[in-house]
Design a binder for this molecule. Structure first.
Ligand code: C5P
Length: 219
């Protein structure tokens, strides 16, 4: 079956407060996005990579590839105003039926085992998303004050979220809604049941300066 990795890095990264977009910040000698792409090639050397970047960063990315002698082939697609739009643009480049892993460009620590679990379950059931359990205690704020939440019932959602291409392309024909913060929510609106598989705790989304500090320690 044809496998795709659709890596979205089309955001502006305002929360990082850095001049350079977060996916291009260097850790251990190369930009974060290069580490992320390499993870998928380490999983399967024949996977087809589609990378979504803001239009005004395509040139910079091509300069970075030369500078770091980065030669992994990938299709470049321009991003949209929202993550939803960026994913939709990228899905347009999956030309054969198969499985697509939609992954945040700023999650370079996804493990090969997590990627494998997601593809295996999605191959059998049509979709799979990686989750971890929270280690903190949790409370929810209500009109009457805050209440404790049973943390054994809560899961934190990661990427890659893997889907049969026909199912996710159909789901992405919907109009955008602000609650579409990940791809599973988009698919779920078509009536699909979402399958949870185990993620890995280091698979953080590098978003803030503190995350970058942790990322440099992890690598
Ligand atoms: O904004 P958020 O933290 O949810 O972004 C998750 C991922 O989606 C990041 O890798 C970001 O670059 C990407 N994204 C995108 N296009 C946007 C906004 C976010 O590809 N317009």
């Amino acid at each position: 079956m044809k496998l795709y990795a659709l890596i979205v890095a089309g955001g502006s990264g305002e929360r990082m407060k850095s001049e350079i977009p977060k996916q291009f910040i260097e850790i251990a000698g190369k930009p974060i996005l290069m580490h992320t792409i390499e993870r998928f090639i380490d999983f399967d050397g024949s996977i087809e990579i589609i990378t979504v970047l803001p239009e005004n960063q395509l040139r910079f990315w091509s300069d970075l590839q030369k500078k770091y002698s980065f030669t992994i082939p990938h299709t470049l697609v321009k991003g949209g105003k929202t993550r939803f739009e960026s994913v939709r643009n990228g899905l347009g480049f999956t030309d054969e039926p198969g499985l697509v892993a939609i992954h945040d460009g700023v999650r370079p620590f996804v493990s090969i085992d997590t990627i494998r679990r997601c593809f295996e379950t999605a191959g059998k059931l049509g979709n799979a998303i990686p989750v971890i359990s929270p280690s903190d205690s949790l409370r929810i704020e209500t009109e009457n004050g805050s209440m404790p939440v049973d943390r054994t019932k809560i899961k934190l959602i990661q990427t890659p979220q893997v889907f049969r291409t026909d199912l996710i392309m159909y789901a992405y024909r919907q109009d955008y809604l602000p609650e579409f913060t990940d791809d599973a929510i988009v698919l779920e609106r078509t009536g699909a049941k979402i399958n949870l598989v185990e993620g890995n705790r280091e698979n953080i989304k590098i978003t803030t300066p503190e995350d970058l500090f942790i990322a440099r320690a992890l690598i």
